[in-house]
Every structure is written in structure tokens, then in C-alpha cells.
Design a protein around this ligand. Structure first.
Ligand code: SF4
Length: 255
């Protein structure tokens, strides 16, 4: 199964293995952990993160059969720049019988290509689309290079109607609990499996200082009391899964 109980944080909550084929990501999310790490380890300055560049892994010609779920991508997205290489590598992964978790802030043209070219492996694939808010201005602020939330819902609808397994990630939440509820309401009719909800992790560390005012607002909107109210609202909802950032709040305050 894709969504089993894993003991990990971040991507490890969703998968046993990760694959990426490029450095940089056109979405340029200002909370991006990968951009933060690339800058920290002198791999790429933060200001150049939106520039997409293939790594050696993009030239791989085989991929082994692995136990567990393979998440691809985990530190970039599927974009017009890489979609053909993405599909080529995804086929290598799938042709060995692996289960593939595709995580994306999806672009309609790219997702159409992906679901049409990978259709024969449908039973081994789950598509998980990240939507932190249904407010397009909010998404454009935090994720300036990514598609609108409306386009992401269209991708979800299309994948669902083509018979793929679908899931949504509301992580990071880009607003308060009402914003998260709006995403659940918009996405739920097209979700076959799960909707994951999580706070913005380590925002004060990862978001550049010039946006500290926006982080203050997020921290206020995602205070423990509000998160507990969100948790209570969906406590009996089998589709909802909580990321570690919310489990920590619940563990502190109890049910
Ligand atoms: S989509 Fe992911 S990898 Fe790309 S900029 Fe946003 S957070 Fe970073």
C-alpha cells in the first residue's frame, strides 16, 4: 500500500526511496527546504533556485526493483523543461514493478503527458498533488512559479477521471484552518485515497528574512488552538492523514 504507517519525517512519511533528476525548481516556493539546503551547502545560491538543470541521474538507464514506495520527484517538480526525461525515468522505475508516488504542484500540460504515457502502469502509481490554499493570490505569493490552485484541481480531476489513484497534500498549509478546509472541500470529490495536512515546517529557518512578516502571519494562523480545532473537525474522517507537524501538536495537547 502507498499510505502505511511509516516512522519518519517529511518525505519519509510517504515513501522509502526518493528519486530526482535535476537541481533547481521552477516553482521557486519561498518556503522550499531544498532551496534552503542547496544554499546552505553551497550547491546553489537561493536566488538561482528557479533555474532548472539536469543532474547526472537524469541520464540513468536502469532502476532496480525496490521494497517500498519510490517518490519521484521530491526536490523539484514536473515541468515543461523536464517532462520528457521525467517520463523516461518513471518508465524505468515502473517497468521493474516498483510503486511510484508522483508528488507535484501539477501543470495541466505536463500531467496530461504523464498520465497518458504512464497509463499502462496505472495500478502501480499514486498521484499526490500539493495544494496549500485555494486562494490564487496566496499561492502566487508563496509559490510564485507554480500553477494556480484551480489548475491543480483540474489536474486532480483529470487524473481521477482517467482512473488513477489520487491523493492531495495540504502541506504546507498556506493559511489558517479555514483555508485548509476549503482545499479539502474542493479536492475531496476527486481523491481516491488520502488528503494529508501539515503545517509549514521550520518557516523561520527556511523562509528568507525579507518575508518574516508573512511567516509571522502563518505562525499566528497555525497556532496550537487552531490546529487542534482542525484536528477535531476531521477526527472521524478516514481520508484525512496528519503530517508529523500536526501530530506533534496533538501529542502536546491530547485529543
Ligand atoms: S515545488 Fe517543492 S522543490 Fe519546488 S520550489 Fe516548491 S518546495 Fe521547492
Amino acid at each position: 500500500m502507498f499510505d502505511t504507517n511509516r516512522h519518519g519525517f517529511g518525505a519519509k512519511e510517504w515513501s522509502e526511496h526518493s528519486v530526482n533528476i535535476q537541481i533547481g525548481c521552477a516553482n521557486a516556493c519561498i518556503y522550499c527546504y531544498a532551496a534552503h539546503n542547496a544554499n546552505r551547502f553551497n550547491l546553489r545560491p537561493r536566488s538561482e533556485w528557479a533555474m532548472e538543470e539536469f543532474t547526472k541521474r537524469s541520464a540513468m538507464t536502469s532502476y532496480p526493483a525496490r521494497d517500498g514506495v519510490v517518490m519521484f520527484p521530491s526536490s523539484h517538480d514536473i515541468t515543461p523543461f523536464n517532462v520528457n526525461e521525467y517520463i523516461r525515468v518513471a518508465r524505468l522505475i515502473l517497468s521493474r514493478g516498483n510503486r511510484l508516488l508522483i508528488v507535484s504542484k501539477p501543470r495541466l500540460d505536463c500531467i496530461r503527458e504523464v498520465i497518458s504515457k504512464l497509463a499502462e502502469w496505472k495500478s502501480q502509481i499514486m498521484l499526490r498533488f500539493t495544494i496549500g490554499s485555494m486562494n490564487s493570490d496566496t499561492c502566487a505569493f508563496w509559490e510564485p512559479g507554480a500553477p494556480s490552485p484551480q489548475e491543480r484541481i483540474s489536474c486532480l480531476q483529470e487524473a481521477y477521471s482517467e482512473g488513477f489513484r489520487t491523493s492531495v497534500s495540504i502541506e504546507p498549509m498556506l493559511g489558517g484552518i479555514n483555508a485548509a478546509i476549503s482545499v479539502v472541500d474542493a479536492a475531496a470529490p476527486f481523491v481516491t485515497d488520502t488528503i494529508w495536512i501539515g503545517k509549514m515546517n521550520k518557516a523561520r529557518l527556511r523562509v528568507p528574512a525579507e518575508y518574516a512578516y508573512a511567516v509571522d502571519s502563518i505562525v499566528m494562523l497555525q497556532g496550537d488552538e487552531r490546529i487542534m480545532a482542525l484536528h477535531r473537525r476531521y477526527s472521524d474522517c478516514p481520508v484525512i492523514r496528519w503530517k508529523d507537524s500536526i501530530k506533534e501538536v496533538v501529542a502536546r495537547h491530547g485529543n
